[in-house]
Design a protein around this ligand. Structure first.
Ligand SMILES: O=C([C@H](O)CO)[C@H](O)[C@H](O)COP(=O)(O)O
Length: 210
């Protein structure tokens, strides 16, 4: 199981300072969608340059023009690029094809997918690398989470790695770990804590103990 730190509400210098605090406790740095919107792919480039030994995920949440967007994120240094599960099959296949050419990985974000089991089976067959259940900020605000959704995809996904994102905190991490995803994505559960290093270290320890 790996731990991904999601950076959403920071600029490039703040992102770099934040990762310096926790780098030994995380596996993947996510350049979140709001950061990409504010800073562009320069954020991916700057963070990869600052932390060449950590994997960087560009959370582009691609919906169209997938091959082109995966190409640009890859050129900026992303190791993993996200596409939405609600995108057309042609787009997801295009993303996978481009990622393979560049030696990169594709994570499918299943946010807002209605037939989760059915769509997870379909995208799994398209050769994607990760399938991620995700409760975004807007549904977290009304008390939703993705714990049951994780069990659903664990039951049907045969090839891809499974991942979970959305409001995971130290107190809810044990529930996530029980279901054994391959990747746990945490934003505010680390970045919103006074002692970010301690929070990341505790999460890493819990994940390693499995
Ligand atoms: O993907 C995310 C969200 O849609 C904003 O871009 C977050 O990175 C993801 O939800 C993880 O962050 P937390 O919910 O704060 O753990």
């Amino acid at each position: 199981m790996e731990l991904q730190l999601a950076l959403d509400l920071v600029n490039i210098p703040e992102a770099i300072e934040l990762v310096k605090e926790v780098e030994e406790h995380i596996d993947i740095i996510e350049i979140g969608t709001p950061v990409v919107i504010n800073e562009g792919l320069h954020a991916v480039k700057a963070v990869k340059k600052a932390f060449p030994n950590l994997k960087v995920l560009a959370d582009l949440k691609i919906m169209d023009a997938a091959g082109y967007e995966v190409m640009k994120a890859s050129e900026a240094g992303a190791d993993i690029v996200t596409i939405l599960g609600t995108a057309e099959d042609m787009s997801i296949k295009g993303a996978v094809e481009e990622a393979k050419k560049k030696g990169k990985k594709i994570l499918v974000d299943m946010i807002a997918v209605k037939d989760l089991a059915g769509r997870a089976k379909e995208v799994d067959a398209m050769g994607v690398d990760y399938i991620c259940v995700h409760t975004g900020y807007d549904l977290q605000a009304v008390g939703k989470n993705s714990f049951e959704d994780l069990q659903t995809i664990k039951g049907v996904v045969k090839n891809a790695k499974t991942a979970i994102a959305g409001g995971i905190k130290l107190d809810t991490l044990p529930e996530v770990i029980k279901v054994q995803p391959d990747l746990v994505i945490v934003g505010g559960g680390i970045t919103g804590q006074a002692d970010k290093k301690a929070a990341a270290a505790k999460m890493q320890k819990m994940i390693n103990q499995g």
